[in-house]
Write a protein that binds this ligand. Sequence first.
Ligand code: ACO
Length: 326
Amino acid sequence: KFAVGITGIGSYLPEKIVTNSDIEKMVETSDEWIVARTGIKQRRVVDESTATSDVATKAAEKAIKDAGIDAEKIDLIIVATATADMAFPSTACIVQRNIAAINAAAFDISAACTGFVYALTMGEQFIKTGFYKNALIIGAEAMSKVVDWQDRNTCILFGDGAGAVMLERTEEGMGILASYLGANGEGGDCLTIPAGGSRLPATYETIESRLHCIKMDGSEVFKFAVRVMASAALKALEKSNLSLEEIDFLIPHQANIRIIEAAAKRLKLPMEKVYVNLDQYGNMSAASVPVALDEAVKKGLIKKGDNVVMVAFGGGLTWGSTVLKW
Ligand code: ACO
């Protein structure tokens, strides 16, 4: 008997910082508005020549080193991203080449900001069934490449980065205790990148209409997020047989401080138990949760044996949560 747990973790953030006052020079907005409405003060942005696989590789290398595993021993690589380098090959295959994980299968999954939670659950299943011994799970994004820098409704929100974990067998009672995933395609239209796929392939018109960038109905997403964050966390908690009082730390998707606070309130969790870094990085989509988890662990806020809940929501619409004993 065994459980599946995280045996290594790492994250990477590009060096370049874009502050709210930098954005004031691009669109009609203000630092005060952005901080008051979102909690975001700055975000990291990759340079022109850097793609998602580059930041994913850097995070992956740290997680592998932390786990003390040889790249050749990795069985599976899953990259969760909404900003793949290209339609194919998958970003996971590019990472596989970069780290020389020559024996690993590799694929991407698309669940927007919920991607890391989806990918973690998928990796867990492969190990649980005995199909694989381990899996490298990465959440990585170069959101700055798909943001419309002329749209103040969205360009203030997003940032770039990557986080990765090594999943392996661990002793029973440790590691992932329960997971829950959900989706509602009916609500999908409120958060999209409309063009660039088979529905609207690239034409001069799609480029002129900026349809290759993120389109969002912010208030619809906001309402959905507040509703789903707490309920998703509770669903996984229920499956884990833990009570809210037994939760030591909540790692929420970092989209908006008001969404996080509303979720914490619904869960009756004090904010001291909730990790927040969106003031520094904005919403890094699938990278938000693993970067936050890595920081909380490195800062000693999450200690061995702590019960941690990760919860996310995003385009799709999708949502999901994982309860683990660190
Ligand atoms: N600066 C100044 N004014 C702005 C800005 C800005 N950057 N952005 C919007 N506004 C204006 C709008 O034009 C609008 O003005 P109007 O009323 O005259 O038309 C007004 O502010 C909008 O006000 P609200 O709707 O009250 O703004 P709200 O408090 O809802 O905040 C926000 C907007 C921050 C986008 C919020 O709705 C939100 O965070 N939504 C969730 C977004 C999210 O989480 N997205 C990520 C999903 S994850 C994924 O999968 C990618």
